[in-house]
Design a binder for this molecule. Structure first.
Ligand code: URA
Length: 239
């Protein structure tokens, strides 16, 4: 790992804000490799140097990557001001300070990732990296082939046009006026799939995220989570 400023490293370890960490350095509370450091320009290598604050060794949290099969009825947030059940409540026994990677609406189910690795979060959520997100949506209303083509090519939502998407009709039930559609996008705008469906006159009955990149919820009951494998993390980072 590259050398970084001591106060930045301390802040990344969750000690305090960078400004507060600078004060701690100036006040002589910080030691690097057993030597007191009061210089703000000091750089450290997080992999090699031993940093102590108030006599206690600090270090970055272990990086963790989780995959949850989210049930409907949970809000994707770390804490909810309305006191609704949050997805964090489903992560029992996770000590690290993970956050949801992107979000699923309260009434969307399926694959939701969590991590404390900023680079990983950026990779999954930034449209530039094109990590695919795959959804199955059950709609009231049956789309025509022209509607599906419209979804594929991009529809206008508020003030933007959605990027090209892969779209397949899985089921059409004209008698009950219901359809099931497979949609794969690489953006993640707020309520994007719902808005895409609404843009072609369909209302969403149920929405499930089936996959992110090559990951799926296979083998997980609703509300269950698992850790990603080394290989799965590597595939996302190299995607
Ligand atoms: N698109 C939506 O409309 N909702 C989600 O939760 C995810 C994608």
């Amino acid at each position: 790992m590259e050398e970084i400023r001591l106060q930045k490293f301390m802040a990344e370890c969750g000690i305090a804000s960078r400004r507060k960490c600078e004060e701690m350095i100036i006040n002589g509370l910080v030691r690097v490799n057993e030597k007191k450091v009061t210089e703000l320009g000091t750089k450290v290598n997080p992999d090699k140097d031993i940093v102590e604050v108030n006599g206690k060794k600090i270090g970055a949290e272990k990086k963790v990557y989780l995959l949850l099969n989210k049930p409907v009825g949970y809000v994707t947030t770390v804490s909810d001001e309305k006191d609704r059940p949050t997805v964090m409540k489903l992560l029992k026994n996770v000590k690290e300070k993970v956050v949801p990677v992107g979000r699923l609406d309260m009434y969307t189910s399926g694959l939701l990732l969590f991590s404390n690795d900023g680079e990983f979060i950026y990779k999954v959520t930034h449209p530039k990296h094109e990590t695919t997100k795959t959804y199955i949506v059950k709609t009231r209303g049956v789309p025509t082939e022209k509607d599906l083509e419209h979804l594929r090519n991009g529809v206008k939502i508020e003030n933007y046009i959605t990027s090209p998407a892969k779209v397949e009709l899985l089921l059409k039930d004209n008698t009950n006026n219901i359809a099931r559609i497979w949609i794969q996008i690489h953006e993640g705008r707020n309520r994007q799939v719902r808005k895409m469906c609404e843009a072609i006159g369909l209302s969403v009955i149920a929405l499930k995220r089936e996959g992110v990149g090559n990951l799926t919820c296979e083998g997980l009951e609703k509300g269950e989570y698992r850790y990603l494998t080394e290989q799965e993390i590597k595939e996302i980072m190299e995607y």
